[in-house]
Design a protein around this ligand. Structure first.
Ligand SMILES: [Zn+2]
Length: 403
């Protein structure tokens, strides 16, 4: 038998000796009672007390250990907890940002598509996934991707790449629009018109420019500085190009001789000095009279002194007047193209012989038609370009209306 077993038996005997049956006698009001406290009961009480004591010691120990941790160790634990919380917050923030970026992208894309449609007649639904038509409008340029944060999660990187491409496209579009506006400005100035005043008047709502979906473009302001710049450049381009299109540079009659110029002259009836507000073209009665620019016939009838008159409204505050006619071949409200016949030459009103009196009015003021009729080839080239763009916008709108 080992000494260990002996030792254990020895310990058990000593513990048993501690818990022996006891009898206690209690005297109450002269009566004596015996209370018996068994050894088993004593052991149970001792066990419960021991367990309670141990639990209390464990709790005390935990507090003690925490107090014994160094400041550095406590900081490390706190840091770990903070890092976990922060990464949760970052993920939530990313999710918000991704949704926000996607919404921004969508709104800007819608705006760019509306620009393509309303200013270039490009139907967004007909646009290929890789927009070749848009790249034809603006020269292609590789997209810089170096600016994208490599730490972004993959879905955020896709959006960031899209945003970068969209910004690059908007910038190229802006450059192309500004380029067109500058060309139109040069051409308009060459015609003796004031480009800045035209844009100012249009912005103030005078001169009645036709600018499609101006209200929708107002959204550009909420989409940042580059889109606001695009909005402003588009407005300028529209006003100047539509003015060019409206300019009456077509010959109002296929006759060469001009009998009287614009300005002061002696009145053919009274001989006194008088303002001649137009140009006179001499020709045989019945010579076809042609609209000098596209527009809408706004007057057909008689006017004092002018005799039979046709007026065509070209928009942008530009109106042409054809007088002393022998007959009409159009009626009020008709849309006419440049070179379309509207009347026949005659000698009605204050006229000394068969001729056409041709007048150009800009915002109600008679201006010399010569500068429009004698427009140089480079101006006419810009005008033809503007007419093509405005025409494709009108065609797209027509197609949309027909759908
Ligand atoms: Zn005249």
């Amino acid at each position: 038998m080992s000494s260990k077993t002996t030792g254990l038996r020895d310990l058990r005997q000593r513990v048993s000796a501690l818990f022996q049956d006891h009898e206690i006698f209690v005297r109450t009001h002269g009566h004596v009672r015996f209370l018996r406290v068994s050894a088993v009961w004593q052991k149970r009480v001792a066990l419960i007390a021991g367990v309670v004591l141990l639990a209390w010691a464990g709790a005390t120990l935990a507090v003690l250990i925490n107090q014994l941790l160094t400041a550095d160790e406590r900081a490390a634990v706190a840091q770990q907890q903070a890092a976990a919380t922060a990464s949760e917050a970052r993920i939530a923030k990313y999710r918000d940002r991704v949704a926000e970026t996607a919404a921004d992208l969508e709104e800007r894309q819608a705006l760019l598509e509306s620009v393509a449609e309303t200013h270039f007649g490009i139907d967004p639904a007909a646009m290929p996934a890789e927009p070749a038509t848009q790249q034809a409008v603006v020269p292609a340029e590789p997209v810089k991707t170096s600016a994208i944060d490599p730490n972004l999660p993959p879905e955020a990187q896709i959006l960031a790449r899209l945003a970068t491409r969209q910004e690059a496209f908007a910038a190229r579009l802006l450059a192309a629009v500004e380029d067109r506006a500058a060309n139109a400005e040069t051409a308009v100035a060459a015609l003796g018109l004031n480009p800045d005043r035209l844009v100012r008047n249009a912005a103030a709502g005078r001169g009645g420019p036709f600018i499609p979906y101006r209200d929708r473009m107002g959204k550009a302001k909420t989409l940042g500085a580059s889109f606001a710049a695009l909005d402003s450049a588009l407005f300028r381009m529209e006003v100047l190009e539509r003015t060019l299109v409206a300019v009456p540079s077509g010959n109002p009659a296929n006759v060469l001789m001009m009998s009287s110029g614009f300005g002061y002259r002696s009145d053919p009836f009274t001989g006194a000095g008088a303002m001649h507000a137009g140009l006179d073209f001499r020709g045989p009665v019945g010579t076809p009279i042609l609209s000098a620019a596209p527009g809408r016939v706004s007057f057909v009838g008689r006017k004092s002194g002018y005799g039979n008159v046709v007026e065509v409204d070209h928009g942008q505050g530009i109106l042409t007047r054809y007088a002393h006619l022998s007959g009409f071949t159009t009626k009020v409200g008709t849309q006419v193209t440049a070179g379309q016949q509207i009347a026949k030459m005659g000698s009605t009103g204050r006229s000394t012989g068969s001729h056409l009196h041709f007048e150009v009015r800009l915002n109600g003021q008679a201006v010399n038609p010569r500068r429009f009729l004698e427009a140089k080839a480079d101006v006419l080239e810009v005008k033809a370009d503007a007419r093509q763009r405005v025409g494709s916008v009108a065609a797209a709108r027509g197609a949309r209306g027909a759908r």
